[in-house]
Write a protein that binds this ligand. Structure first.
Ligand SMILES: [Zn+2]
Length: 83
Protein backbone atom coordinates (compact mmCIF):
# COMPACT_ATOMS: atom_id res chain seq x y z
CA UNK A 1 0.00 0.00 0.00
CA UNK A 2 1.10 3.55 -0.63
CA UNK A 3 2.04 5.52 2.45
CA UNK A 4 2.76 9.17 3.07
CA UNK A 5 6.33 10.14 2.31
CA UNK A 6 8.12 13.27 3.50
CA UNK A 7 9.17 16.25 1.38
CA UNK A 8 12.84 15.28 1.36
CA UNK A 9 12.07 11.79 0.11
CA UNK A 10 9.62 13.12 -2.45
CA UNK A 11 12.16 15.52 -3.88
CA UNK A 12 14.86 12.87 -3.91
CA UNK A 13 12.55 10.49 -5.73
CA UNK A 14 11.27 13.13 -8.12
CA UNK A 15 14.01 12.30 -10.61
CA UNK A 16 13.12 8.62 -10.60
CA UNK A 17 9.44 9.48 -10.75
CA UNK A 18 10.01 11.56 -13.86
CA UNK A 19 12.22 8.88 -15.34
CA UNK A 20 9.52 6.28 -14.74
CA UNK A 21 11.99 4.23 -12.74
CA UNK A 22 9.82 3.80 -9.66
CA UNK A 23 7.54 0.91 -8.81
CA UNK A 24 3.79 1.48 -8.93
CA UNK A 25 3.59 1.84 -5.14
CA UNK A 26 6.42 4.37 -5.06
CA UNK A 27 4.75 6.36 -7.80
CA UNK A 28 1.51 6.36 -5.84
CA UNK A 29 3.36 7.61 -2.78
CA UNK A 30 4.86 10.49 -4.73
CA UNK A 31 1.54 11.29 -6.41
CA UNK A 32 -0.18 11.27 -3.01
CA UNK A 33 2.43 13.61 -1.59
CA UNK A 34 2.12 15.96 -4.57
CA UNK A 35 -1.64 16.00 -3.98
CA UNK A 36 -1.22 17.14 -0.41
CA UNK A 37 1.86 19.34 -0.53
CA UNK A 38 1.82 22.59 -2.51
CA UNK A 39 5.56 23.35 -2.37
CA UNK A 40 6.39 19.92 -3.75
CA UNK A 41 3.97 20.42 -6.64
CA UNK A 42 5.98 23.52 -7.49
CA UNK A 43 9.20 21.53 -7.32
CA UNK A 44 7.65 18.83 -9.49
CA UNK A 45 6.56 21.36 -12.11
CA UNK A 46 9.99 22.94 -12.12
CA UNK A 47 11.72 19.60 -12.43
CA UNK A 48 9.33 18.54 -15.19
CA UNK A 49 10.11 21.65 -17.20
CA UNK A 50 13.81 21.22 -16.61
CA UNK A 51 13.63 17.67 -17.90
CA UNK A 52 11.93 18.85 -21.08
CA UNK A 53 14.58 21.49 -21.68
CA UNK A 54 17.38 19.02 -21.08
CA UNK A 55 15.72 16.34 -23.20
CA UNK A 56 15.38 18.76 -26.07
CA UNK A 57 18.96 19.86 -25.83
CA UNK A 58 20.93 16.68 -25.49
CA UNK A 59 18.68 13.63 -25.11
CA UNK A 60 21.12 12.21 -22.63
CA UNK A 61 21.13 11.51 -18.92
CA UNK A 62 21.23 14.60 -16.74
CA UNK A 63 24.76 15.13 -15.40
CA UNK A 64 25.02 14.21 -11.72
CA UNK A 65 26.49 17.59 -10.88
CA UNK A 66 23.47 19.36 -12.34
CA UNK A 67 21.06 17.05 -10.55
CA UNK A 68 22.82 17.76 -7.27
CA UNK A 69 22.69 21.50 -7.83
CA UNK A 70 19.00 21.44 -8.70
CA UNK A 71 18.25 19.25 -5.69
CA UNK A 72 20.04 21.73 -3.44
CA UNK A 73 18.14 24.64 -4.97
CA UNK A 74 14.82 22.84 -4.54
CA UNK A 75 15.53 21.99 -0.91
CA UNK A 76 16.43 25.59 -0.20
CA UNK A 77 13.30 26.86 -1.90
CA UNK A 78 11.21 24.27 -0.13
CA UNK A 79 12.61 25.17 3.29
CA UNK A 80 11.89 28.84 2.73
CA UNK A 81 8.22 28.05 2.11
CA UNK A 82 8.00 26.34 5.46
CA UNK A 83 7.46 22.80 4.21
ZN1 LIG B 1 6.29 18.19 0.19
Amino acid sequence: MAGFVGCDETIERLYFYLDGELTEVRRQEIALHLDLCGPCVGAYGFESELRKVIANRCRDRVPDALVARVADALREEHGRQGG
